[in-house]
Write a protein that binds this ligand. Structure first.
Ligand code: EPZ
Length: 429
């Protein structure tokens, strides 16, 4: 298994291009199931999760081709996928595929909307929590599907099509909101989704669906109204920039020191996180090319942060912020309210000399003068990158193991950091 080797102590200067958002790309690819025409997606990141989803969609009979390089394009440009679900040959999503990437469970809604049935494996838990799908099933039932659990599979049927209805989520769920929108898009009648997730990726998928002929309003707010249509057509859509990658690299340069332009980043996608960095003493400057992040010599002030659904501080940046706060001048507190077990990175950060106390969902981070490099292990996607952030400022060498977690969500991470001055390399095998 590949490992990443980092020697800390080098500042970061230059430009980091921000890729298309993983958490928009995955539902956008899944939305292709809603039409027999071709959906073309631009600015698609080259990630392991995208490759895996291509395999999963292929299993349903979806053809996906990739455009070749165009004149003037570099490896920093995202790829273009042409996705065509002209014929869906299999409405089963098997356990061996779904268990490897939870978001593949989201094929449930478009398969039922298009084919009247679906048999999708329950995804199972993961490192950060049990990750139930009860609210996604509730949404399908509210929109007219008959759902039962059979042998670890969710079996959903709507032979006479889905019906518009009201879906009220008792808690904010991104996957639940994607599911309700995709089911409602082809339902007979109008649907109202209350307490919907407001994450920018929801808005990006809704914008693409509207280009395909859907009638969705209110995406990005807590109340979304969808007027069902009988068919959707093909469209072309560019994936919005990845706000989690943006926040991650912002925290990397805050940790290492230096001055970086996060190219194509959009501040409004992660304003809460940028505000926390400003409070901590980092210079955050939106420009017409992206966002400039700088910390030259000044110290980091501690912060008090609670994660919550958008527009609050995102849970997907919690581990990265915790790594940064290990070097603050004082004591910080981070409360994780979205997932029940998203502190797996704490033990690994402690191996680098961090001083972190856990009390249920609350972490207390006492800033230290210096971290020291050591071998550490990644446990999930965002925890793995928090170890990279800590290693950038740790004295000496850090080896991050199990970097396949990194490859799921961060495109060419060692290239992006290496060309800005980090001493970072991938050790194969
Ligand atoms: C999406 O996961 C993201 N994944 C996650 O990013 C992100 O952390 C999460 O939203 C929260 O923002 C993708 O977009 C592919 P939820 P999702 O449904 O939709 C509970 C990453 O690192 N819940 O919003 O699965 C759930 O247990 C990943 O890119 C139920 O109880 O998250 C959690 O506590 C990690 N029942 C809370 O809701 C349900 O039926 C929020 O989960 C569904 C969810």
């Amino acid at each position: 298994m590949d490992r990443i080797r980092i020697v800390g102590g080098r500042p970061l200067n230059g430009t980091i291009p921000i890729s298309g958002a993983k958490n928009a790309t995955l539902p956008l690819m899944i939305a292709s199931l809603l039409t027999e025409e071709t959906l073309t997606l631009d600015n698609v990141p080259r990630l392991a999760d995208v490759v895996l989803l291509q395999r999963i969609l292929g299993n349903h009979g979806v053809d996906i081709t990739t455009s070749g390089k165009r004149a003037g394009e570099t490896a920093d440009n995202g790829q273009t996928l042409h996705i065509s679900a002209a014929t869906i040959v299999d409405t089963t999503a098997p356990y061996d595929l779904v268990s490897r990437m939870r978001a593949s469970f989201w094929v449930l809604a478009p398969l039922v909307a298009r084919m009247g049935e679906a048999r999708v494996s329950l995804p199972g838990g993961c490192a950060i929590g049990t990750r139930p799908v009860d609210l996604l099933i509730m949404a399908m039932e509210r929109l007219g599907a008959k759902v039962e659990i059979d042998g670890g599979y969710v079996v959903a049927k709507a032979p006479r099509g889905l019906k518009g209805g009201e879906v009220v989520f008792p808690k904010v769920t991104v996957g639940g909101t994607h599911t309700a929108i995709m089911a409602a898009a082809l339902a007979d009648g109008t649907s109202v989704i209350e307490n919907a997730a407001r994450e920018p990726e929801i808005g990006d998928v809704a914008a693409c669906l509207n280009k395909m002929g859907a009638r969705i309003s209110g995406a990005g707010t807590g109340r979304i109204v969808v007027e069902g249509v009988s068919k959707l057509h093909g469209a072309r859509h560019a994936v919005l920039p990845d706000r989690i990658e943006t926040g991650t690299y912002a925290m990397a340069v805050a940790m290492a020191g230096g001055d970086i332009l996060l190219q194509n980043a959009r501040p409004e996608l992660l304003q809460a996180a940028l505000d926390v960095l400003t409070i901590s003493g980092v210079a955050v400057t939106p420009t017409n090319q992206g966002i400039r992040i700088a910390r030259n010599g000044g110290h980091l002030d501690p912060v008090e942060v609670t994660t919550a659904p958008f527009p609050e501080f995102p849970t997907d940046l919690q581990a990265q912020l915790m790594a940064l706060m290990t070097r603050a001048r004082g004591t910080s507190h981070i409360v994780e309210t979205v997932f029940e077990n998203r502190f797996m990175h704490v033990q690994e950060l402690a191996r680098l000399g961090a001083r972190i106390q856990l009390d249920g969902e609350r972490a207390t981070i006492e800033g230290v003068e210096q971290l020291k490099g050591a071998p550490v292990m990644a446990t999930d996607l965002r925890a793995s990158v928090s170890l990279v952030i800590a290693a950038l400022a740790a004295e000496g060498e850090t080896i991050v193991n199990r970097v396949y977690h990194l490859d799921r969500g961060f495109e060419r991470l060692e290239h992006k950091l290496g060309r800005c001055g980090a001493a970072i390399e991938r050790l194969s095998g």
